[in-house]
Design a protein. Sequence first.
Length: 305
Amino acid sequence: MQPVRIIAALLLAATAFLTVSAAPASATTSTTSTAVVVQANPNPVIAGHSVTLSGSVGPQGAATDCADLILYSQAFTDTDDLTMAPVYTTATPSGAFSATTRIPRAKAAGTYPIHLRCGGATVGGGSLVVQAAHSRLQVSPPSVTAGDTVTVSGWLPPAPGSECATGVTLLSRAFVGTHEFADVPAIGAAVKADGTFTVTTRIPRSKAAGTYDITGRCGGGNLGASATLVVRAAPTPTTTPAPAPPAPPVTHPQPPTPAGPASAPASQLGSRWVLPGLAAVAASTLAALGMWLLYRRQHPSSLSR
């Protein structure tokens, strides 16, 4: 009986070995034999900038459940919930993967873990160092003629509960001097919930040409950012002289017209011309009668026939 028992034990052990060898491996061991290391570039990264995440799950992982990958990190989202902004990517046949995402500008400085998942399991990860974003200040357009308008805008890191969360004071000797801070013209701008601010102002027309710095303050301190504005002198107004009124016409004195004889009334004009006419007719008649009498006297016989 002893040999039989030994043979039976050997057969049982062989059967168990074959069963284990034929059983499927776990999700982690079937895809990657070791944890996948996720590289971040650049690292550290400034909040508001982009970062590229890369690594490899190997050819075996790419051929199975790890062809599609998901990366999670609190560095990718504005909240503390790392599942709010997942980064999706796909592995190449060789297993390599790469994805780029932007870190929120308001993300606080710190070191954040990165988790890589595929096939329903976490297969690797890495870490990312985030540096706080700096305040920004810019002016548009950067060069203007005195008398034109400019827009000053920027961004502030989150500062809940402080004066910087609601407003900033912008300073420049290029601005109009209605309000001042430390003898420098100042204008105010409201800060939105995302930390951005924008304000438009007009450069005085009398402002001298030059390069002017623009800075800012809030919460009792400087913003730590500045911008430069180039101002060109306003053109000098050219006054065109008004046209001279036309000269009055020159009038030369005329010599007085000599007065002629007074005009006679119409009745006198009629008598002046009618009477001589009648006299002329009478004279002509008398002359004709005289010639006829003379002829009769000289030719009496011709008249009797």
